[in-house]
Design a protein around this ligand. Structure first.
Ligand SMILES: [Zn+2]
Ligand SMILES: [Zn+2]
Length: 946
């Protein structure tokens, strides 16, 4: 017996409760399978770990909704489902945030020192870090909180260290000089993808470099060089011109004097130089420009680093040493001008790279960094996708992936930060060699000296997150005793993530997974092939959530929707359903609150249906009818001789379940959600509930209003109708549960009066279609019947029949109608068998059959339906004297107006003076008045005579 639900659906009243219940009951925990557990197919999904500093945005809400729907669906469908949550330590973002906190206290991290600073970050993380996971809990994500990880956890750090050492031992990690994107504010190298380019108005300075004669004296001639960054001048090691540039042929092999500095530098020839840019002569500064670095390599030129990590000129800058880069620029340009070496200053707009985190202009800078040699890792990762061991949805991202993998460079993995995994390498001050070790060494591995110091750099955050699919399941310690997790959950089934980290993260996980997992034998001891080394089988790239006008959400535009705010307003279920109803591969979502309002109404509809159903179950109990509990929990079935609506709703439910399962299989969340919506609102609420009311036909005045014999005669049909009603509803809740987990959990518990067969609806089984229960004949018949009822209703509307008035319905006895894909059947039979339904739903008092040629046939206005032509006879009742008075008054008014118009049109003086358009307007007005007058007169004549 169900217990009562509150009259109104209020998501805030139920959601907090269930969210807490799911977590405290550990409902979604997926413990390590025991060795004697029955074999079971797993569904494993890794939450892309949000930054520990992060807050939930609409993109998270979309991708978590998608992951949660799939995980709940797979779990209910019998898989060993594991959705694994965690957070990323987010090196640069977290360090910056704590630095800002320090700045507010008037401190810097340098004052604190490395150890104290790192401790301070840990303290922050313990106290307030990972708030985003709290938000996820509130939204009911069905993750295994017992397995929550943090990328700096001890066990994951062991994996990071092992991966580093192993790659180093394999010769795949090296140190080298490289031009990196340097952020002088964050004081670290940042990757190309963390640099945002913006058009910026600047200048092109043309500087005259004195040409030297054979003796090394100024020849009096100048070579004019164009540059956007004069402050790097001290780092120039050559000036390059195109070898075929006729302007400079005579300068081939000559030397120049570097202005302000005085050093001699050569003129070199390189085809990379564009003759159209500036003067066609460019300064070559290998330590401060990636293209110049490449020229320097080609011509074996030295590199002179002239800037420190803060963007100040260093000792190489001579008189400019110690100045900030932009201060130095100003001073150098002024000095050049004073010395007559500034030929011109031109306006110039170019694209300038900024640090994505702090928006400081990035400085290309030569520095010593640690690198991963990308081959053969990248080739293996490419092969895994080529062979479809990893599949992308939408498929187009496969192409993007290949393009990246083909142009991939060695990966700079060192970052000059304090927060992160510190590189396990020690420098020896005696022999200057490097010791890389799994355990912190006390002496140099090469000379035995104790004078060793650990590398100060930390690893790129993506180095640790790239390892997650292997490290969260115990790698590198996947031993005979400790491999149940790895065996059960690796490779993971699916990764749902955004396009923006396809390269950063997805590609790196594929590289690391294929590389490191291949060393882990299969459960039977055999060698693991590439197919089983991949970190995941499928990658689903989710779309963007835009605003209702399809604009990208941005803080500057002020169109950002806060998911928590909208959830508080409409409930999590309605927001989830909105996102799901628009989510399909490769299609961005235009989030419109009006839709969420609609789905809130949908939730309300289901709530009310539950209340109606519970009320009927209670009434049934009063006359000794109970629902057979065995009918619940599986797929609803129906007897072959059951009434049409019962066979039809069971068929509809099975068709719906088939469509929903197939849609989810193909990531068509939109199709799945819309199919459920149409079933629940359309088929179940609008049709089935209305019909089943008649079948139950409980006495309105209580059980005593019926005699015992009346009750006995209706007992079986009522029992059957109630069982179908409740079993279809219960199964529908399970079908909807992955999409609206809170609402369905609440109603499901109420339905069983808390004596539920499981702790949660999420742990029951997902409806799987039974094709033998899809009665196509019943579906066809219902299509004809509902069409007739819809037409009859619209006919009533057209005739202004008051809502509560019953009318006589005429049908043409056409005999047989053709079934869709079936034999002809008698329309009369279908109508007769369902007469009570038609009468009730179309408000019909009597159904009369009229044949062509019958008296009265011609007087009716027929309307076609799929089943037969229908008509109703209805005369609107009107108050004749009142209508006569109204029309008489109307006619008098119109006559007066017409006379006035005709009077003016007959006035020759007026016609002579008035402009043509006034006259035309007046004529038109007179015509219209005349026509209205005629109509009113006709209506008056048509009224019955007194
Ligand atoms: Zn920065
Ligand atoms: Zn040494």
């Amino acid at each position: 017996m169900p217990h009562d639900l509150p009259k109104t659906y209020d998501p805030t009243a139920i959601e907090d409760h269930w969210a807490e219940y799911w977590v405290s009951e550990k409902l979604f925990a997926q413990p390590t399978p025991s060795p004697d557990a029955a074999p079971q197919e797993s569904f494993t999904i890794l939450l892309p770990p949000p930054n520990v500093t992060g807050r939930l945005h609409m993109g998270h809400m979309l991708n978590q909704t998608e992951m949660d729907i799939l995980t709940r669906w797979r779990r209910m469908s019998g898989r060993r489902a594991l959705w694994l949550p965690g957070t990323d330590h987010a090196g640069i973002a977290t360090q910056m945030m704590v630095e800002r906190q320090l700045a507010a206290e008037g401190k810097t991290r340098q004052q604190l020192g490395r150890e104290a600073f790192v401790e301070r970050v840990w303290q922050w993380r313990r106290e307030t870090g990972g708030a985003i996971l709290g938000q996820m809990k509130r939204l009911g994500a069905s993750v295994d909180w017992q397995r929550e990880y943090f990328t700096m956890d001890e066990n994951l750090s062991v994996a990071v260290r092992e991966a580093f050492v192993r790659l180093y031992e394999q010769g795949l990690i090296y140190r080298g000089s490289y031009i990196v994107n340097w952020c002088p504010r964050c004081q670290t190298a940042i990757s190309d993808l963390e640099v945002v380019h913006a058009e910026q108005k600047g200048h092109l300075w043309e500087i005259r470099y004195p040409v030297l004669d054979a003796e090394g004296h100024d020849s009096g001639e100048f070579l004019t060089v164009a540059t956007t960054r004069p402050e790097t001048l001290a780092g120039d090691v050559a000036v390059a011109v195109h070898p075929e540039d006729e302007r400079y042929l005579h300068l081939h092999g000559k030397k120049l004097r570097l202005p302000l500095i005085g050093r001699e530098i050569p003129v070199i020839l390189d085809k990379w130089v564009s003759r159209d840019f500036g003067t066609g002569a460019v300064k070559v500064t290998p330590a401060h420009d990636p293209n110049d670095f490449a020229i320097g390599e080609r011509h074996h030129l030295p590199s002179i680093n002239i800037m420190d990590e803060k963007g100040h000129i260093n000792a190489e800058g001579g008189a400019y040493a110690g100045l900030d880069r932009y201060v130095a620029r100003k001073k150098m340009v002024a000095d050049l001008d004073e010395q007559g070496l500034l030929a011109a200053v031109k306006d110039y707009t170019n694209s300038v790279g900024h640090c994505d985190r702090c928006k400081t202009v990035v400085e290309p800078r030569l520095s010593t960094q640690w690198f991963v040699k990308i081959q053969p890792l990248a080739d293996k990762a490419k092969e895994a996708v080529q062979k479809k061991y990893v599949r992308f949805t939408p498929e187009m991202y496969e192409k993007t992936y290949f393009e990246w993998m083909e142009n991939i460079h060695d990966w700079c993995i060192s970052r000059q930060l304090w927060w992160g995994h510190r590189i396990p390498a020690w420098h020896c001050s005696e022999c200057h060699k490097i010791t890389v070790a799994r355990k912190d060494p006390t002496a140099c591995a090469h000379c035995g000296s104790a004078k060793i110091t650990q590398e100060t750099d930390v690893l790129d955050t993506w180095f640790s997150s790239g390892l997650l699919p292997v490290s969260v399941f115990g790698w590198p310690n996947v031993t005979a005793e400790n491999r149940a997790d790895f065996d059960a959950f690796y490779p993971t089934s699916l990764l749902v993530t955004g396009f923006d980290i396809l390269f950063f993260w997805v590609a790196r996980m594929i590289m690391f997974g294929c590389w490191f997992a291949s060393d882990v034998p299969m459960p039977d001891g055999s060698k693991r092939t590439l197919k089983d080394s991949v970190p995941f089988r499928d990658v689903y790239i989710h779309a963007l959530v835009r605003d209702a006008n399809r604009e990208k959400m941005s803080k500057t535009k002020g169109n950002v929707i806060d998911p928590i705010g909208i959830v508080q307003q409409y409930g999590t279920d309605a927001v989830r359903f909105t996102l799901a109803s628009m989510a399909s591969p490769g299609t961005d979502i235009a989030f419109n609150v009006a839709r969420t309002e609609g789905y809130r109404a949908f939730a309300n509809k289901i709530w009310n249906a539950a209340r109606f159903l519970f009320m009927n179950v209670d009434r049934a109990v009063e006359i000794g009818i109970t629902v057979d509990q065995k009918a619940l929990g599986g797929m609803p079935t129906v007897a072959a001789d059951a009434p049409l609506e019962a066979r039809w709703i069971v068929a509809e439910f099975n068709s719906t379940a088939a469509k929903v399962n197939a849609s989810l299989e193909n990531y068509r969340y939109d199709d799945a959600a819309n199919t459920i919506y149409q079933f629940f609102w359309g088929s179940f609420c609008d049709w089935y509930l209305e019909i089943v009311k008649l079948r139950l036909d409980f006495p309105m005045d209580g059980p005593d209003a019926e005699s015992a014999s009346q009750q006995a005669s209706k007992h079986d049909s009522r029992q059957a109708a109630l069982t179908t009603l409740v079993s279809v509803f219960e199964a529908s809740l399970r079908l909807l549960s992955p999409f609206m987990p809170f609402l369905t959990e609440e109603i499901w518990h109420a339905l069983y009066d808390d004596k539920t067969p499981a702790k949660s609806i999420a742990l029951t089984s997902y409806p799987k279609a039974d094709s033998s229960q899809i009665d196509r004949h019943a579906q066809n018949q219902m299509t004809y019947l509902s069409d007739l009822i819809v037409e009859a209703r619209s006919y009533r509307k057209d005739r202004d029949v008051p809502e509560n008035e019953f009318v006589e319905l005429y049908v043409v006895g056409l005999g047989n109608y053709g079934q869709v894909g079936g034999p002809d059947e008698s329309a009369d039979d279908l109508i007769k068998q369902n007469e009570s339904v038609i009468k009730k739903l179309a408000k019909v008092s009597k159904i009369t059959e009229i044949l062509l040629g019958d008296p009265g046939y011609e007087h009716l206005s027929w309307r076609p339906t799929r089943l037969t032509d229908i008509a109703i006879s209805y005369e609107k009742q009107i108050d004749v004297p009142a209508e006569r008075a109204r029309l008489t008054k109307e006619i008098a008014k119109l006559e007066k107006g017409l006379q006035a118009a005709q009077g003016r049109l007959g006035n020759t003086g007026f016609l002579a003076k008035a402009p043509a358009h006034i006259v035309d307007g007046l004529k038109k007005q007179a015509e219209e008045t005349r026509s209205l007058l005629e109509k009113a007169q006709a209506a008056l004549d048509a009224l019955p005579k007194e």
